[in-house]
Design a protein around this ligand. Structure first.
Ligand code: NAD
Length: 354
C-alpha cells in the first residue's frame, strides 16, 4: 500500500425516496429560521413547494438560477438574501442552482442545504464558479460546501431522459478522473469505482422506464459518490477541457462532459493503466474509453461537439487554452495531440490515442 492522505468533507447526507419530508427537521438542525429557497425559472414550482413545506421558516424564493452563475445573477441573489435577512440558502435543482447557493455562501458564509435533482455532484464539493464578462472563474472554499444534502430520488423522476443520460455520464467523468488523480487514496478510489458502476448500471432500466424509482435511486447514489470524488481529489485533462469548452463557447455542461470523456480517457490510457482497468471493470467493459463511448451511443447521447453547438473555428483556441496553464494529468499536455483529440470529439468519431 502506498502512502496517502485522506480528508473527508463534513457534509450530512440524508438519502432515500421521500427524504424531502425530513426537510423541516434538517432545517431545524441547522438552526435556520429564514431560508431563501433557490431554483431555476424552470423549477420555480418545486421551489414554491419547498418554501410551502418550510412555512414560517421560508424567507422567500429566488427562482433565477442559470448555468455557470453569471456575476449579475449572483449579485442579485446576494442582495435578495440580505434584503430578506436570510440565514440559510436552500438550493433545489441541479448544478446551476447549487452554484447560485455557493455564490451567496462565498459572500456571506450562509449555510447551504442542497436538494439535488440532477447528477452533476456540485452539492458534494467546496468548488464555486462565477462567470464575469464571459470568463468563468472557479475556486475552492470550505464555506461553499453544503452543510446538509437531501437526496430524494422521487425529485429526479421528472429529469428528461436525455439529460438523465448526459448528467450520469457527467458524474462518471468525476469518478474516472478521480481514479487517476495524483492525490487519489484508496477510500476515494472505492467510491469512484462504485460510483461509476451505479451510475452506468442505472441507465438501462431508466431507458425502458424513466420513472423507475429504484433505478433513479441507484443513479442518485452513484451521483453522490462521484460528486464526493470530485470534491476530494484533483481533476485533470477532461475537466480542464470541459471547463474551457463550456465556459468559452457556452456549451451545455452535461453534454460537453459526455462528448469529451471518451477522448480524454483515450488520451490518458497508456499513462494510467490501473485506473483505466478499474473504470472498464466498473462499466462492465474491456476498455474504459471505448466503454464510455459505447454507453453514450447506446443511450442516444450526443457524441460530437459539432452536434452540441461548438463552432469549428473555435477548436484552435480551445487547444491553446487547454495547453496554456499546467495542471496535473497522467500524460503530459501536448498541444498537437490535444488539437487532434478536439478534432475527433468535434467530428464524433470513436476515441483513439495518438
Ligand atoms: P442545470 O442545473 O443547469 O440543470 C439543467 C436544466 O434541467 C435546468 O433547466 C434545470 O431546471 C432542469 N432540471 C434539473 N433537474 C430537473 C428535474 N429533476 N426535472 C426537470 N428538470 C430539471 O444542469 P447541471 O448539469 O446539473 O449543472 C450544470 C452546472 O453546474 C454548470 O454550470 C456546472 O459548471 C456546474 N457544476 C459545478 C460543480 C461544482 O462542483 N462546482 C459540479 C458540477 C457541475
Amino acid at each position: 500500500m502506498d502512502a496517502f492522505v485522506y480528508q473527508a468533507n463534513p457534509t450530512r447526507v440524508v438519502f432515500g425516496a421521500g427524504a424531502l419530508a425530513r426537510l423541516g427537521e434538517e432545517i431545524e438542525r441547522l438552526g435556520a429560521r429564514r431560508a431563501l429557497v433557490l431554483s431555476t425559472p424552470e423549477q420555480a414550482d418545486s421551489a414554491g413547494q419547498v418554501a410551502a413545506m418550510l412555512g414560517d421558516r421560508a424567507a422567500g424564493v429566488f427562482a433565477r438560477a442559470v448555468m455557470h452563475v453569471p456575476i449579475e445573477t449572483a449579485r442579485a441573489a446576494r442582495e435578495e438574501a440580505r434584503r430578506l435577512g436570510a440565514d440559510c440558502a436552500v438550493a433545489v435543482g441541479g448544478g446551476s442552482t447549487t452554484g447560485l447557493g455557493k455564490a451567496i455562501a462565498l459572500d456571506s458564509g450562509l449555510p447551504i442545504l442542497a436538494i439535488p435533482t440532477t447528477y452533476a455532484g456540485s452539492e458534494m464539493t467546496p468548488i464555486w464558479g462565477l462567470t464575469e464578462a464571459g470568463v468563468k472563474k472557479t475556486g475552492r472554499d470550505p464555506r461553499v460546501l453544503p452543510r446538509t444534502v437531501i437526496y430524494d430520488p422521487a425529485l429526479t423522476l421528472t429529469l428528461p431522459y436525455p439529460l438523465t443520460v448526459t448528467s450520469a455520464i457527467n458524474a462518471i467523468a468525476h469518478a474516472a478522473e478521480g481514479l487517476y488523480a495524483h492525490d487519489v487514496n484508496p477510500v476515494v478510489a472505492l467510491m469512484a469505482e462504485e460510483g461509476i458502476r451505479a451510475s452506468a448500471a442505472a441507465l438501462a432500466p431508466l431507458q425502458s422506464d424513466p420513472t423507475d424509482l429504484h433505478a433513479r435511486g441507484d443513479a442518485l447514489y452513484g451521483a453522490w459518490l462521484c460528486g464526493t470524488v470530485l470534491g476530494s481529489v484533483a481533476m485533470g485533462l477532461h475537466h480542464k477541457l470541459c471547463h474551457t469548452l463550456g465556459g468559452s463557447f457556452n456549451l451545455p455542461h452535461a453534454d460537453v462532459h459526455t462528448v469529451v470523456l471518451p477522448h480524454a480517457l483515450a488520451y490518458n490510457t497508456d499513462d494510467a493503466p490501473h485506473a483505466m482497468q478499474r473504470i472498464a471493470r466498473a462499466l462492465g467493459e474491456s476498455d474504459a474509453a471505448a466503454g464510455v463511448h459505447a454507453l453514450a451511443r447506446r443511450h442516444g447521447a450526443p457524441t460530437s461537439l459539432a452536434a452540441i453547438g461548438m463552432p469549428a473555428d473555435g477548436l484552435d483556441r480551445a487547444a491553446d487554452l487547454a495547453a496554456a496553464t499546467p495542471y496535473p494529468n497522467p500524460r503530459p499536455l501536448d498541444r498537437r495531440a490535444l488539437r487532434a483529440l478536439l478534432q475527433r470529439a468535434f467530428d464524433g468519431v470513436p476515441p483513439q490515442r495518438d
